[in-house]
Design a protein around this ligand. Structure first.
Ligand SMILES: Nc1ncnc2c1ncn2[C@@H]1O[C@H](COP(=O)(O)OP(=O)(O)OP(=O)(O)O)[C@@H](O)[C@H]1O
Ligand SMILES: [Mg+2]
Length: 369
């Protein structure tokens, strides 16, 4: 008997575990359309915890009268329904989902409604991310082999120019050999950046706020810009397994871009009202539950948003900014973001970008082991 009970409890735990590992959001309602239970994917979709929403009416999840009426009628008529690619209005956002609503009757004649929502824009995001990473890896490999080929003869060119300089009778001509040496040095620096970091990540357990605090100190030294940086932390984020130097470099590359975009905006747009607008960068940290980075599902992910209120990045540019050598700045090399993406993906994470004029967000998604 007792083994049977244990077996039942095991099964119950297993069922809960399975529900929480589904990619589909599941919501169970009672006959009054109050929420009985939501799984982890539903907590993510509605940005609310079961604890907060339990026993509350469905209207606190959906801001969509038409859908609520359809759900009510499914309950009344006992008819299930499915809608594909339906855009639904949640409390804080609009999403596109496949939705199934299934009335259930218990043995005691109690009525329930089971709602399943599969978010379609999320699938698009995942395949876009996979593509982005694959594309990035291919280009990176191509560039590295090219950089190697360029790097080798550079040493020879520089050495020969030095030898030549020593042999010159006319010292005025040294001006020319110096140009060769300086340009060879500049090219070597560029090629080294293109080759990227050649050390394997030294992953240790770190608190992401120790990294943001180091970035804060580093930026304090750089007082030349009238850009203010604000920090908005979730102090409960567990430690991540990451190479701290890699994370600092990635964050710095993104923050520097934001600061550059903000200071350039002033030169372009000197009108009174624009001038008065405070130039802001916000570094914000949060936890995401049951989140995909590419196709890999993670129970917990630390998300660090670097937000600026600068001019934004055009849609066409947004598709390409993580590729090496893509730049929108006259003096840019276009390597900053490509390096940042490499560093973060070497550690299992991903950088995403969303931008519109006045709000650009770079999100670092970092898996929590
Ligand atoms: N926060 C931002 N706001 C507006 N544009 C941005 C922002 N971040 C990046 N960009 C655009 O993306 C481009 C690519 O950035 P990336 O850091 O890769 O190269 P870069 O800054 O041009 O050169 P480098 O970092 O190698 O010196 C930038 O030139 C800029 O046009
Ligand atoms: Mg840059």
């Amino acid at each position: 008997m007792s083994t049977q009970i244990k077996h039942q409890t095991d099964l119950k735990h297993l069922a809960i575990n399975i529900l929480d590992n589904l990619n589909t959001a599941v919501v169970l309602l009672d006959s009054q359309l109050n929420v009985l239970c939501v799984n982890s994917a539903a907590e993510m979709l509605f940005s609310i915890s079961l604890h907060k929403i339990a026993s509350k009416p469905i209207a606190q999840l959906l801001n969509d009268d038409e859908l609520i009426t359809a759900i009510q009628s499914a309950l009344d008529t006992n008819h299930p329904f499915t809608q594909r690619e339906r855009s639904i209005q949640l409390i804080d956002k609009k999403v596109i989902v496949d939705i199934s609503v299934q009335p259930i009757q218990s043995e005691e004649d109690d009525k329930y409604l089971l709602i399943e929502l599969s978010q379609l824009d999320r699938h698009l995001r995942i395949s876009r991310e996979e593509n982005l990473l694959a594309q990035h890896e291919t280009i990176q490999a191509l560039l590295r082999s090219m950089a190697h080929e360029v790097k080798n003869p550079l040493g020879g060119i520089r050495g020969a120019a030095q030898l030549l300089e020593r042999e010159l009778d006319n010292p005025d001509l040294a001006e020319y050999t110096q140009v060769i040496i300086d340009e060879a040095d500049r090219l070597k620096k560029l090629v080294n950046r293109m080759l990227g970091p050649n050390t394997r990540p030294n992953q240790i357990m770190i608190n992401i706020h120790s990294v943001t605090e180091r970035v804060r100190r580093l930026l304090k030294a750089d007082k030349s810009r009238d850009v203010k940086i604000f920090f908005d932390y979730d102090p409960s984020i567990p430690e991540i397994k990451f190479d701290p130097e890699h994370l600092i470099q990635a964050v710095l590359n993104i923050v520097r871009n934001a600061a550059q975009a903000l200071s350039e905006q002033e030169q372009d747009n000197n009108s009174e009202s624009e001038y008065k607008k405070e130039k802001k960068i916000i570094i914000k940290t949060r936890i995401l539950r049951q989140f995909n980075i590419g196709h890999k599902r993670h129970k917990l992910v630390a998300k660090m948003d670097i937000i600026d209120n600068g001019p934004g990045i055009s849609e066409k540019m947004q598709e390409r900014i993580f590729m090496p050598l893509i730049t929108g700045r006259a003096e840019g090399t276009g390597l900053g973001l490509s390096i940042a993406q490499s560093l973060v993906s070497q550690n299992g994470g991903l950088i995403e970008c969303h931008s519109k004029p006045g709000k650009t967000v770079f999100s670092l998604l970092l898996p929590i082991p």
